[in-house]
Design a protein around this ligand. Structure first.
Ligand SMILES: CCCCC/C=C\C/C=C\C/C=C\C/C=C\CCCC(=O)SCCNC(=O)CCNC(=O)[C@H](O)C(C)(C)COP(=O)(O)OP(=O)(O)OC[C@H]1O[C@@H](n2cnc3c(N)ncnc32)[C@H](O)[C@@H]1OP(=O)(O)O
Length: 232
């Protein structure tokens, strides 16, 4: 079964087929701003998160009241989505709420992956103080989070779907805050329902960490879901 997943400008959400990517890569997972403004709201909250985690203040009690009023307002005007409302991971609404890449989740790092013609998924990003572990360095759990997501996306780029069964991260050298980081992930091989994938993160020429993972394809997955893990 083949499904055209190539990027077009008129779809707000979806993936790019690696075959249509140039050597420099093409944006893999597109999540355009939604009409409601929720994406912009998440963007501003990301700024707030970094400022609160990384600043000293003399008195921000006014800001507390403002944010409390904002939260009360959002509670009043929004409709809560129950996790069970999502049938699969691949629907736009679900991915948008994801803590590693979701455009509507202020927790998610600024991950904007591109796919290369060989289906490697790459993301260049800088992580700020809100992701700090050791002084000046990225928290190891955040590195693992980004790896897990990138590995899952590499599986999607290779048209397969798996749950993480085993994720091993080797931390080789501290991952610096604010420095340019390059994450790359690729699917290595598939045997039946088992999927192996690996990833690295570098800053410049320095290898900071690498990951090796085993994913297991969920039982009873349909050909359509495997062919097109992310809708859009
Ligand atoms: C559920 C529906 C999902 C649908 C997804 C749809 C779309 C996805 C769309 C887009 C994706 C895009 C991005 C994704 C990005 C990131 C991905 C994030 C991934 C996660 O964040 S995911 C959450 C954490 N993850 C879990 O929450 C898993 C909990 N776990 C389980 O749900 C089960 O554990 C499961 C299903 C893994 C296996 O259960 P099972 O019953 O299906 O498999 P079974 O036991 O039959 O094993 C079959 C063969 O795998 C071997 N095997 C199994 N486990 C192993 C292990 N750990 N180590 C070594 N080998 C293992 C066995 O030894 C056997 O091998 P053999 O055949 O040789 O005997």
């Amino acid at each position: 079964m083949t499904t055209d997943t190539s990027a077009t400008d008129d779809r707000p959400f979806g993936t790019t087929d690696p075959a249509s990517a140039g050597e420099e890569g093409a944006p893999f997972l597109r999540q355009d701003d939604d009409a409601s403004g929720s994406t912009d709201l998440a963007r501003e909250l990301r700024r707030v998160r970094g400022l609160v985690a990384g600043s000293r203040f003399d008195d921000v009690h006014d800001a507390v009241r403002t944010v409390r009023e904002l939260a009360d307002h959002l509670e009043a005007v929004g409709t809560m989505v129950r996790p069970s409302d999502y049938a699969t991971w691949g629907v736009p609404e679900h991915l948008a709420s994801n803590p590693a890449i979701g455009s509507r989740n202020p927790v998610s790092p600024p991950l904007e992956p591109v796919v290369l013609p060989d289906a490697t998924v790459r993301a260049d990003l800088r992580l700020g103080i809100e992701y700090q572990g050791p002084p000046g360095c990225v928290h190891g759990g955040i590195v693992a989070l980004v790896f897990d997501e990138m590995l899952g996306l590499a599986n999607a780029a290779a048209k397969s779907v798996g749950l993480t069964a085993d994720l091993r991260v080797s931390y080789i050298s501290p991952t610096p805050l604010y420095a340019p980081l390059r994450f790359e992930a690729r699917q290595d091989r598939v045997e039946g329902r088992k999927i192996w994938a690996s990833a690295t993160v570098y800053t410049g020429e320095t290898l900071c960490a690498r990951a090796e993972a085993l994913f297991i394809e969920p039982r009873g997955i349909s050909d359509a879901q495997r062919d097109r893990p992310i809708e859009g």
